[in-house]
Design a binder for this molecule. Structure first.
Ligand SMILES: [Zn+2]
Length: 147
């Protein structure tokens, strides 16, 4: 899902939670909102890793080029995997959940809620667009494939 949709849906989600859940302060709602789209920062990190270029523009160009390659391969019946997006892996989410359970630190709990909301949107979008096979869900599996 494109970052602009995460931004919009994350804002709606956090405002709704803030309105219907009186225990959530405005700051905590802002944490949910920020984490609901900022975890996509790993797309930029991945582009920098794969291109060696720091610029945001080169990152967008990289993904546009990959999108074109994806469509060409898809037309030939080949389904291309995305780059690993580390913040979107099961292991990273379990790490954050583990930290939430160990430290019970409220800002981290709300950041995790935003991340979870982001992942639910991503998975729903991938199912809807038939791209679920493109995502690399596991960091460990990604490493094993490279050995
Ligand atoms: Zn995402």
């Amino acid at each position: 899902m494109l970052p602009r949709w995460h931004f919009l849906f994350g804002m709606i989600f956090s405002v709704i939670l803030w309105l219907i859940w009186p225990q959530i302060s405005l700051l905590e709602a802002v944490i949910i909102f920020l984490s609901s789209f900022l975890i996509d920062f790993d797309h930029y990190v991945s582009a920098v890793y794969n291109t060696g270029k720091l610029g945001l523009r080169s990152s967008f160009e990289h993904y546009e080029e990959r999108r074109k390659i994806y469509l060409i391969k898809k037309a030939k019946g080949i389904f291309m995997k995305d780059h690993l997006q580390i913040f979107h892996t099961i292991e990273f989410n379990l790490l954050i959940l583990g930290l939430v359970l160990i430290f019970v630190w409220k800002p981290l709990i709300y950041a995790f809620i935003g991340m979870l909301f982001h992942s639910v949107l991503d998975i729903g979008w991938m199912i809807k667009t038939n791209k679920i096979h493109c995502r690399e869900f596991s960091f460990i599996y990604w490493i094993i494939k490279r050995l």
